[in-house]
Design a protein around this ligand. Structure first.
Ligand SMILES: Nc1ncnc2c1ncn2[C@@H]1O[C@H](COP(=O)(O)OP(=O)(O)OP(=O)(O)O)[C@@H](O)[C@H]1O
Length: 369
């Protein structure tokens, strides 16, 4: 999957933009505030129907525009467009027909984002790491989404009953049965995914850094020696008191440790970034090896936190996994003489909300840098 053409209208400070990206590496460079991030944010809106977070989604519409539209022509898919109104209503069309569900789109256009907020994988709450883990499971395991939806419904209904004060036992039993069944399947799918993911992660990490002792471990969200039904029963009185379910996959975590200490507490900022990149690249490499579906990578300010040697290693790795990559950088210099196939690297100079120069590296373009 890659984007052959991209049109952006009404996003932040960007003028109307039409691009033909490279199928491999695309570098957007320019001064602070020029609009580089807004370009990769536009790709995120197109592929995911939202920006990097809720607040950014709400503010993405340009102050000067009546609506926002990002569209493109994608290999293996056809035309895709995302249109958003100021009131937040949006529509997504694939080949001019409304898309039935966002999960269909997510399946068709797997997208990975690495930006300053991605450090939450190490420093954030377990829910950030569960989201990461579930991205992989969702793409690998067919029934996962259905189980996940049913699980959420059972959890929500169990929690409302617990809070209601008067528990209808037979109703509670129905939701608990569903909760337990789906929990066991979700847990199993996560465990299986992690078993195949961990060695891929180790391999990718070793190509990026000398850090050897980064360990991933999974905690499923309830006592590993007991059945979930027993745990629910023994915690029911307390669950009633606090009004929600304490045990289950909604409390799972993916622990990322170095010498048994939390990675975030011992690694330097640059090392943290490399671990995050290895996690995301490993997920995509695995997805590509299993379902031959290349991911679209969006990397904001790739060089930040990294020295020259590690920038080169990271870029070479991205080049080798064969995904389409959109990256931004303030300066072009660190991203020029590092590629194996420079002629496939397309450079876009972004100035005051528009793309002022486009050229491929390796074609006597040094004057343009
Ligand atoms: N809704 C909006 N309408 C118009 N302009 C906006 C809107 N939201 C943000 N901006 C402006 O658009 C620009 C967006 O910058 P963007 O984050 O894309 O820059 P950047 O090139 O990535 O910069 P940096 O290198 O500092 O990260 C900023 O100048 C910002 O003030």
């Amino acid at each position: 999957m890659s984007i052959r053409t991209l049109s952006i209208n009404g996003v932040r400070n960007l003028e109307s933009i039409d691009l033909s990206p490279s199928g491999t590496i695309n570098v957007f460079f320019g001064e602070n505030g020029s609009g580089k991030t807004s370009i990769i944010e536009s790709v995120h809106l197109l592929a995911m129907t939202r920006s990097f977070n809720q607040a950014r989604t709400r503010t993405a519409l340009s102050l000067d525009a009546d609506s926002l539209e990002v569209s493109g022509d994608l290999t293996d898919l056809g035309s895709l467009s995302y249109h958003r109104e100021p009131n937040g209503k949006y529509r997504v069309l694939i080949n001019h027909k409304p898309v039935q569900s966002i999960s269909t789109l997510a399946h068709s256009v797997p997208t990975q984002l690495i930006y300053s907020g991605t450090f939450s994988l190490l420093e954030g709450s377990p829910s950030d790491r569960r989201k990461f883990l579930d991205w992989g499971v969702f793409h690998e395991s067919e029934g996962f989404l259905e189980d996940w939806r049913l699980f959420q419904k059972c959890l929500k209904n169990r929690n409302s009953l617990l809070r209601s004060g008067k528990i209808d036992r037979s109703e509670l039993q129905v939701w608990e049965r569903g909760f337990i069944d789906t929990s066991v399947r979700i847990d199993q799918a996560r465990k299986e995914y992690l078993a195949i993911f961990s060695p891929v992660f180790k391999d990718i990490l070793s190509q990026l850094t000398d850090l050897e002792s980064v360990e991933l471990s999974y905690s499923r969200g309830w006592d590993k020696t007991r059945e979930l039904a027993d745990v629910l029963e023994s915690q029911k009185a307390r669950d009633c008191k606090i009004g929600y379910t304490q045990a289950g996959p909604q409390r799972a975590d993916l622990r990322i440790r170095v010498n048994r200490l939390n990675a975030v507490d011992v690694l330097s900022r640059g090392q943290q970034k490399l671990v995050i990149c290895a996690l995301k690249i490993a997920q995509s490499a695995l997805l590509q090896s299993q379902v031959t579906q290349p991911t679209i990578f969006l990397i904001d300010d790739l060089p930040s936190e990294l020295d020259e040697r590690h920038i080169k290693k990271l870029c070479r790795l991205l080049e080798n996994i064969g995904c389409q990559v959109f990256m931004t950088a303030v300066e072009s210099a660190p991203l020029v003489k590092i590629w194996q196939q420079p002629e496939q690297v397309r450079m876009f100079h972004v100035e005051h909300g528009s793309v002022s120069k486009v050229f491929n590296l390796g074609e006597n373009n040094d004057r343009k840098l």
